[in-house]
Design a binder for this molecule. Sequence first.
Ligand code: GLN
Length: 494
Amino acid sequence: MSIVGGISLNTPVYRLVEEFRTDPSKIFNYLDMIYKNIDRVESKVKAFITIVPQETLYSYVEALLKEQKERISSMRLLGVPIAVKDNISTKGIRTTCASRMLESYIPPYNATVIERIIREGGLIIGKTNMDEFAMGSTTETSAFFPTRNPWDLSRVPGGSSGGSAAALVAGEAPLALGSDTGGSIRNPAAFCGIYGLKPTYGLVSRYGLIAYASSMDQIGPMARNTIDLALMLSVIAGHDPHDSTSLPAPPKDYVMALKELDSKEPKLKIGIIKELFEVAEEEVRKVALKAVDMLCSYHECTTISLPYRTEVVAAYYIIAMAEASSNLARFDGVRYGLKVSFENRGWRDVYTEVRTKGFGYEVKKRIALGTYVLSVGYRDMYYIRALKFRRILKETFDSIFKNVDAVISPTMPILPPRLGEFAKDPIKMYMADINTVIANLIGAPAISIPVGFYNNLPIAVQLMSKPLTEDILLYLSLQLERRTGLKDLIAEVP
Ligand code: GLN
């Protein structure tokens, strides 16, 4: 790995920023290193849909350094290239949602999270591949191409934020943003051996995030170590008047909060959710249980039981598809979406063509199912029932969190599948979300932490806690990170 002025490809972001603040010229050396690596690996990994050209970022940094001279020393992401999932709006940079529907859409505004990153001196290096409209678990439903897992190119990187996770572990960017409706940050974080956090619902603004299922969507940080994750969360979290579901939470420095907890080392209560280990494959379970041992040698652990399995997944998919069918109605070719010719044609023909050509198979399937579960006659049987279950699940976890500070499970019950494997068995794909969708249904924060390998494939655990206790998750993550030594990983792409 090349080293320039004490900086290499896997230098943590918090160290990079210190270096760049004292000597901003190092930003250019670092960008050189990153773009060289992109040239080397991107044709194999295919993490990005759009890459901002090196010259563009160079001129941007030159202007930034001139204009903001006195502010530079306080910028928390100064000169850090950031990979952004392609469903987060970036002014002037194509934002496709990995769909033909938005193939040539260039947003006229920035999402709030992007504004906040830019204010802190961060650089948007590109837009990452994903499952179309974030619907999927493998990045294979992208209308453009699948992304590959840098640890094993025959396997998927997970999804739907697969491009962001792959970019991190392939050394193409040191920090990334993903979105998570039912696991889309944590699933690819687990499959790629990086850290990913789904914040409490409402902690991070959804303004500028192209909606999938609005009652569960959250943007969150993805990084190669815990402190970088905390740093990114500090930048993007906090109230935003543009998002009506945004919580009135004041800005918080999660790095400070983490360091404070870490210095006091409080002993916590951790619940081990039995059923979520039982559903995991043997190899995954073994490695995850080792991580449990590491935490339980210090903290107080108890085994807890969750009496639901398939119900969780069913409720999630019913609610997600119902909301998606409503959210995606706006892509009609008039207000939003693919532009086709209107000449001598009725609206029905135009509308049909736009939606037939614009959406891929998985998206169409979900719109159809979502419309069905909301239809008169079936609404009570499916949608309303799912909402009732969601309430029961929330109450179940409210009482669990009265007794424990956090709960642990494997993040994904399986190892990263090979490309094409899930297409043969979509139910298996949906069921693999069982551990992750809970946090979205109840609005709680959850983190994925890499804890080991099996045959060079990463395995991760998930910790989940009460709303607005992200600092607890970060504290436990840092402890595990020290014990496993699994941080700042970059895969050797052949
Ligand atoms: N795999 C889940 C789904 O397909 C989660 C996706 C997500 O979190 N965006 O809905």
